[in-house]
Design a protein around this ligand. Sequence first.
Ligand code: PLP
Length: 374
Amino acid sequence: MIRLAHPDIREEDISRVSLVLRDGMLVQGERVKALEDSFAKYIGAEHAVALNSGTSALYLALHALDIRTGDQILVPAYCWPAISNVVILLNADPVFIDIDPTTFNMDPAHLKAVLPTLSRPKAILVAHLFGAMANMPNILSIASQWDIPVIEDAACALGSSLNGRRAGAWGTMACFSFHPRKIITTGEGGMVTTNNPRLAETIRALRNHGLDPQSDRREFLTCGFNLRLTEFQAVLGISQLGRIEDAILVRRKIADRYHELLSSGLVIAPRALSNSIHVYQSYVVLLPETLASERDAVIEELLKKGIETTFGTIHIPLSTFVRTRYGYKPGRFPQTDSVSDRSLALPFSLRLDSEDQRFVVHSLMECLSKRLSR
Ligand SMILES: *Cc1c(COP(=O)(O)O)cnc(C)c1O
């Protein structure tokens, strides 16, 4: 079976984790702090706060902005639903923005058109989907006209950059995930980066029962949670972050091989903004429009050949919960409609070799040609 994804866990990772498990200091020690320090440095941000998931990172970033009932938060229509769930969990309302079909990211032109129609826009949550940078210069300039903060959902984009500036170093805050399908993994895990010391302190308090992070007395400043990362997860993160530059080079080489194999043009290969680095958290292609209704059958057929593929991500406004709550219908987000039906994520991991890639592309082409000639 050629798997969709596989985390890169090495012996050195395992022995570091074992050391922590043996010494018994499992939470609230020095390792989480060490991961935060190297992570902040890598991104080029002043502060990094480690959390137990990317979703916790998104939730606390919004929470720290003091979002209130009825506030409106702009989010991309095509993304993992965590991005709008955290908004709804804070009693605010997500306002969905259609995507630019070339990068799969929030379309600045649609953002610009929607903002004047809103009564209480409070923040923009922008994702760098699948590892491709969103158009941050345009989005930040629109946000500054409305004087609202931008939070980056960089869950897929650790190591991505645009104009030499990393994902996570653009917005007021940025959120990362260390889920096994992301660029580095701690099993579950996440991080918020920011240059704002007050926001960093608020998130530190919120992740730890509301306890004042500066005080060694028991000073509970707010109503918090327990959303902490463990020490053994942190050393796994440190170990993985140490190899990230190599990992990204390999990912980009694998992507180049796919690009070349797909050059017949039957499917559209992933694209990125010029002057940007795409890290290919996922390699998502678009099937021909005429085969949109057959995408799930293509996934089934490839699986029978031992190739695991999946859809790109979620059309959030048409997902059951959001559609029922807000009454969205197809047609409202035309680019998202078109992309979500045709998207296909190909197997992508550091262990994928060129032989596997040739087999994947050959099988895909065979399957598509057969269906196109029917
Ligand atoms: C993975 C992901 C998340 C959620 O991260 P978790 O660590 O799984 O909670 C949020 N947004 C995007 C774009 C993601 O890819």
